[in-house]
Each structure stands twice: as C-alpha cells, then as structure tokens.
Ligand binder design. Structure first.
Ligand SMILES: Cc1cc2nc3c(=O)[nH]c(=O)nc-3n(C[C@H](O)[C@H](O)[C@H](O)COP(=O)(O)OP(=O)(O)OC[C@H]3O[C@@H](n4cnc5c(N)ncnc54)[C@H](O)[C@@H]3O)c2cc1C
Ligand code: FES
Length: 303
C-alpha cells in the first residue's frame, strides 16, 4: 500500500485487497443512492465538511463527493450521490461486492466547528448528505440545531430521520407541497427565525438554492457558512478549475474550501462557471446513453 501523508493529515491511499469495495448500496431517492465502501485510510482521517474523489474505472473521470459518515474501526466511508451525468450513472450501476477503481481523500478543509448557540441547518436536496456530519459535530459542540430540509417533492427528501434526531425542530419543505410545508428552504428559514434567535446558519445544496438562501440569511442578519460545489478536476489545488471568488479574492475551493462565508461569495460567477461545460456534458451523457440503448430523461417514448 502507498500512503502519502501531508502536514495537515491529507492522505492518499492506493488500491489493495478489498480496498474500495462496495459494502452496501441503498436507493435513497428516485435519482440517488447511498453507498458504503471500504476505504480505511480515508475513514481514519475524515472530518466533517471534507470530501473525496473517486474514479469508477481506469478511463473514468474523477468526481468529488462529500463524506457523509465514516467508521474508523470497520474502515468504511458512506457517501450519497444523485445521478446527473455519465460518471454518476456508471456509479449507480455498480453492485454490492464490486470495486471502485480508486479513491483519494479526505480532501478540503474540515468545517470550523464551535459553539454558536442556535444554528440553522439549511439543506436542499442532496445537500442533506453533506450536512449530516456537520450537524453531528455542531450538536456535540453544544449547539441547539434547527433544521430546514427541502426537496422538490417527498420522494426526493433524504436523511430526514437522521437530521430530525439531532434537531430540536425540523421544518420540512417541498417545492410541490407533497410533504411538510409547501415552499423553499429560504421560506422555512423565515419561519424559523420568528421562533428562534439564530446565531449562525449552515447552507448546503445546489448553487442556486444556496444563492437565494444566503440572500435570505443576509436580510435576516444571520452570518452563514456555505459548502461550495464548483467543477473540480484534480481536487488538489493544481488545475484552478474550482476557482471561486469570495470577498473579492480568488480561492480554490478544493484546498481553500469547500466552506466559505456565504455572504461574501460571488454567486453569479459560480453559477456561470458551473454551466460552462453544460452542452459538452449533456452531449457526452446523451452519447453514452445512446450507446447503452437508453434514452435521456424527458426523451423517453410515451407508452
Ligand atoms: C466538493 C464537492 C462535493 C460534492 N459532493 C457531492 C455529493 O455528496 N453528492 C452528489 O450527488 N454530488 C456531489 N457533488 C457534485 C458531483 O461531484 C457532481 O454531481 C458529479 O461530478 C457529476 O459527474 P457526472 O459525470 O455524473 O456528470 P457531468 O456530466 O460531469 O455533469 C452533469 C451535470 O452536472 C453539472 N455538474 C458537474 N459537476 C458539478 C459539480 N461539481 N457541482 C454541481 N453540478 C455539477 C454539470 O454542469 C452538468 O449539468 C460535489 C461536488 C463538489 C465540488
Ligand atoms: S480542482 Fe483543480 S485546483 Fe481545485
């Protein structure tokens, strides 16, 4: 086994025996899964707020995913992902017992966990997965947690039970009103702020959701932390593809983040950069699905 250990404990582990084997696969939403894999070196050093990078196969793209849970004793890590393109599609087709090609991590700076008082956890869609370890750590630090969990509809809500257990109150929001309260996470925040004196907020979800939720935090005067998800290539600070602008300065989210002060983020730049390869990614996914004989979503033949 090769292990590269940096000053801050960042670690790279290479494949051996049952490394990177899928131990558990669970469908948690119509478009998403939770995997448990064997990755002892990552589990050993993982901290809330960190992520890792995986490759499904030899010629595969490397994609970043957030660490949701880890168990140092069993050497396993859990992660949750939604299927949105070629790599996440390939990942979703793997079965328990299969192996990932490689895993690199933990990466990124851990969350700065401290006592604030009441903390609002604002999670949209699969952002709930990244929120869970942060919620656990904030709770352990003595904070009172108020969670606002949002998704487009009931079936797309994930980890509700786990976040409910840690929170003194949870507001569940769905865009279509199929469960909980009809509305967005930012609407839930407005309700919560009438009931609680919120000292800090964590906001994690799609960039557009974070942009509007942070604006709501600013209106309410609530300092906030976001976890950014720009496109990453190497995820080790070398390529610059994950650059973001925060408070007028350029940062690389993979090494300087992924967490930043949400009120200082240039959201329009992030949203533009996220859509920079939209056509190429769509084209590549459609070609891939065509080769497999599957039609992309929305283009299926009606029965
Ligand atoms: C630090 C970090 C942590 C992440 N954690 C998670 C996680 O826990 N669970 C999860 O489901 N996803 C997470 N993501 C996003 C995930 O990496 C992308 O969904 C994945 O790379 C898409 O790969 P693909 O080949 O399937 O799709 P692609 O073909 O690469 O892209 C398909 C579509 O997704 C968009 N996209 C590509 N990369 C990203 C990105 N980084 N963020 C948002 N949209 C993107 C594209 O613009 C395109 O519209 C994280 C991203 C970062 C940077
Ligand atoms: S992904 Fe290359 S510098 Fe961050």
């Amino acid at each position: 086994m090769f292990v590269i250990l940096g000053d801050d404990g960042i670690l790279f582990s290479l494949k051996m025996s049952n490394f990177f084997q899928i131990i558990k696969k669970e469908k948690i939403a119509p478009n998403g899964f939770l995997f448990r894999i064997k990755a002892p070196e990552v589990a050993l050093h993982a901290k809330p707020g960190q992520f890792f990078v995986l490759r499904v196969n030899e010629r595969g793209e490397r994609i970043p995913l957030t660490l949701v849970r880890w168990n140092r004793r069993s050497g396993t890590i859990d992660f949750a992902f939604q299927v949105i393109g070629k790599t996440t599609h390939l990942l979703s087709k793997l079965k328990e017992g299969d192996f990932l090609k490689d895993v690199l991590g933990p990466l990124g700076r851990p969350s700065e966990i401290k006592y604030y008082g009441t903390v609002a956890l604002l999670a949209g869609g699969f952002g709930a997965a990244a929120m869970l370890p942060i919620a656990n750590a904030l709770k352990e630090a003595g904070n009172n947690l108020v969670t606002i969990l949002g998704a487009r509809s009931k079936d797309y809500l994930i980890l509700e039970k786990e976040l409910r257990r840690l929170s003194s109150k949870i507001y569940v929001m769905t865009d279509d009103g199929s469960y909980g309260i009809k509305g967005f996470v930012k609407d839930g925040l407005e309700m919560a702020s009438r009931e609680y004196d919120i000292a800090h907020a964590y906001v994690i979800g799609p960039a557009i959701m974070m942009k509007f939720t942070v604006a709501a935090c600013q209106e309410l005067g609530i300092p906030n932390t976001v976890s950014l998800n720009p496109i990453m290539v190497d995820a080790t600070g070398m390529c610059g593809s994950c650059r973001v602008n925060v408070g007028g300065k350029t940062y690389f989210a993979c090494v300087d983040g992924p967490e930043f002060d949400g009120s200082q983020v240039d959201w329009n730049l992030l949203l533009n950069r996220l859509s920079a390869y939209l056509n190429e990614e769509k084209h590549s996914y459609e070609l891939f699905l065509k080769k497999k004989g599957v039609l992309p979503r929305g283009k299926e033949k009606k029965a």
